[in-house]
Structure formats: structure tokens, C-alpha cells
Design a binder for this molecule. Structure first.
Ligand code: NDP
Length: 333
């Protein structure tokens, strides 16, 4: 089997010399375990944080050991005492970044190709989808008619945030993304009312003011920095910011300059709240039911950028950090 190892801790933007793809022995599954051939691997922004040796809500990747991440695979063999799984079943598990894995059956979830395409368990109906849903419902407490602004809007979480916001009753939905093509996709295909390219020369604050001239009620932050500053400026009284991610800082080697306008939190009585999807597993069933129905009816669209081959997992990860994905970035094996 092949597995990606972290061999050096990146400083700033990771480079290929920080990683190595190595052969690992393929064992027969012991008691309570499954041998799995991975079919899809997820690459996610939070993995950049795990490459640093700092305490966080997930432990850092260990040097010289196989990396981990969300994956969907096919069960090849079942260890002693395992019930509920058989060869040929598909499972969602946490041992990605490799071609095959021996997975603890208690930590694998059965998924079915008959219910939904296997890739969607890592995206629109998976972790990133639940993040979007939980952020809007439980953290922002979205109410009918809210104007919602989401950054990283053409990514996996962001593209779902914008559409779910509309389906859950939002008024105006505004997004930002890093190319003209992505902006077009948001407004023409996904039904965003307005979108802008944050890489255009005009400051984000100005572009947001133009896209949401009457202000915003909810900001779903995937980016941080200047975007958060722009949202604080645009907020109505009692605005709510869901701090989901701050990808503009993940490779930064200096602290961010923005936001410089935090004092507005007082006068506007803003609520700025961080979230972790892991705290919202209780919403999963309701989310999958609702979002699954919207995917089947075509009201919730999703896009995937798929890179082929385990040997290209690192390219997919680095490409995602550079914005080469529209929707969820995945590796297909
Ligand atoms: P995406 O699919 O959105 O991919 C990342 C995107 O970030 C890229 O496509 C790129 O798009 C954009 N990006 C990269 N650098 C910058 C930058 N400097 N400024 C603005 N945008 C940038 O990833 P996900 O949907 O998986 O994750 C989105 C966010 O949600 C991340 O911040 C992630 O950490 C967070 N997250 C948090 C969770 C939680 O529980 N709190 C769970 C899951 C995700 P572009 O072309 O637009 O630049």
C-alpha cells in the first residue's frame, strides 16, 4: 500500500519536500478491524493546521508517520468478531492520504452507493455539508429574510452555505471568491444574488458594500483577515459572524493586519462565534435528510474537483490551498 508521510513541518506554504509517498506493509485485519481499499480521499484546509506542531482541537500530524484524513473505501476483508460489515461494503473513515487502510470497525461508518454517489459522503452530504448547515442553523441562527454574506463561496463549505441559506429562508445571499469564473458560477448557476472577486483591485470592504448596499445580518467566515473586517463594517445591529475558518491565515508567517474595526462589535452588539463541526453531530441526521432531498430535487447543486491517483494527493491538497477547486476537492483512486 502507498501512504503519504509528513517528513518536515512546513513554514508558510507547504512544499513537496515536506512530504513523502512511501510503501507501507498491508496487514490482514486483526480482530475488530477492516481492511479497506480507499476509493476517495478528502483534502481539507484544516490539514494545514495539523502540519504545525502546535496544540489544537486535532493533534498535529506526527513526522515520519502516515497522514490521516477523511476517506471512503471498499471493504476487502473483515477481521474476527466484526459484525455489520462484509467485503464489498463501502465505509467512511478517517485513514485517508493512503491507498489502503486497516480501520477499526467501530470508527467506520457504512455508506451506500445506492443512496448517494460515494464522493458525496465527503462533501455535499458529508463533513463540509454539515459544517455549512450547522453554521447557519445552530451558530448563526439564521432567520427568515436575513442577508447572508459568505466568503470562500465557491469552495465546498461556502457553495453549500449560500444555497442552504436561500433554502432555509434567507433574503439576499452574497458571496466572494477568487476568480471571475467562480463569481459567475455563484450568480449564474447557484442563485447567489451577488458575488465578487476578492482578488480584484478594489478593497473587499468596498466590494462588499456594493454587493450588499443595505448591509448584512450574517457573515459566514471561511477566510478571516480583510474579509472579516469588511463584514464588521457591513453588519447591521445584532449581526452574527460564524467563524468557521480563516484560510487566508493558514500559510501566513506574520499575524494578520485586519480586522482593525473590532470596536464596532460594541455599538452594533455583534455576536462573533467560532464553530467546530464536531460539536454538531446531533444535527447530522436532520441535515442528511434535508440536504439529501434537496440534492435529489436539484435545488441544492454541488460541484467536485476530482484529481486521480493517490500519488497526486499532495497536488490536490496544495491546489486546494491555491484555489484550484470549485466545490469539494477530492482524490479518486
Ligand atoms: P474550500 O473548498 O473552500 O477550499 C479552500 C478555498 O479557499 C480555495 O478553493 C480558495 O478559493 C480559498 N482560499 C485560499 N486561500 C485564500 C485566501 N488567502 N483568501 C481567500 N480565500 C482563499 O475548503 P472547505 O470548504 O473545505 O473549507 C472552507 C473553510 O471552512 C476553511 O477555512 C476551513 O478551514 C473551514 N472549515 C471549518 C470547519 C469547522 O468545523 N470549523 C469544518 C470544515 C471546514 P478562492 O479561489 O476563492 O481563493
Amino acid at each position: 500500500a502507498l501512504a503519504w508521510h509528513l517528513v518536515a513541518r512546513p513554514h508558510g506554504v507547504p512544499t513537496s519536500s515536506d512530504f513523502a509517498l512511501r510503501e507501507i506493509p498491508l496487514e490482514a485485519p486483526g480482530p475488530g478491524r477492516l481492511l479497506v481499499r480507499n476509493v476517495y480521499l478528502s483534502v481539507d484546509p484544516y490539514m494545514r493546521g495539523r502540519m504545525n506542531d502546535v496544540p489544537s482541537y486535532v493533534p498535529p500530524y506526527r513526522l515520519e508517520e502516515p497522514m490521516e484524513g477523511g476517506a471512503v473505501g471498499e471493504v476487502l476483508a473483515v477481521g474476527e468478531g466484526v459484525t455489520g460489515f462484509a467485503p464489498g461494503d463501502h465505509v467512511l473513515h478517517g485513514l485517508g492520504w493512503r491507498s489502503h487502510a486497516v480501520v477499526d470497525a467501530a470508527r467506520a461508518g457504512r455508506v451506500s452507493e445506492r443512496d448517494a454517489p460515494l464522493s458525496t459522503y465527503l462533501g455535499v452530504l458529508g463533513m463540509t455539508g454539515l459544517t455549512a448547515y450547522a453554521g447557519l442553523v445552530a451558530v448563526a441562527r439564521l432567520t427568515e429574510g436575513d442577508t447572508v454574506f459568505v466568503s470562500g463561496a465557491a469552495g465546498a463549505v461556502g457553495s453549500e452555505v449560500g444555497q442552504l441559506a436561500r433554502l432555509l429562508g434567507a433574503g439576499r445571499v452574497v458571496g466572494s471568491a477568487g476568480s471571475a469564473e467562480k463569481v459567475r458560477w455563484l450568480t449564474e448557476d447557484l442563485g447567489f444574488d451577488a458575488a465578487f472577486n476578492y482578488k480584484d483591485p478594489a478593497p473587499v470592504t468596498e466590494q462588499l458594500r456594493e454587493a450588499a448596499p443595505d448591509g448584512i445580518d450574517v457573515y459566514f467566515d471561511n477566510v478571516g483577515g480583510e474579509h472579516l473586517e469588511a463584514a464588521i463594517d457591513a453588519f447591521h445591529v445584532h449581526g452574527r459572524a460564524v467563524i468557521c475558518g480563516m484560510i487566508s491565515l493558514y500559510n501566513a508567517t506574520e499575524p494578520p493586519a485586519a480586522p482593525r474595526n473590532l470596536s464596532q462589535v460594541i455599538g452594533k452588539r455583534l455576536r462573533i462565534e467560532g464553530m467546530l463541526v464536531g460539536d454538531h453531530q446531533g444535527l447530522r441526521e436532520r441535515f442528511v435528510e434535508q440536504a439529501g432531498a434537496w440534492v435529489r430535487s436539484g435545488e441544492l447543486k454541488y460541484e467536485e474537483t476530482v484529481v486521480d491517483g493517490v500519488e497526486h494527493t499532495l497536488d490536490a491538497f496544495l491546489g486546494m490551498l491555491r484555489g484550484e477547486n470549485t466545490g469539494k476537492m477530492l482524490v479518486r483512486l
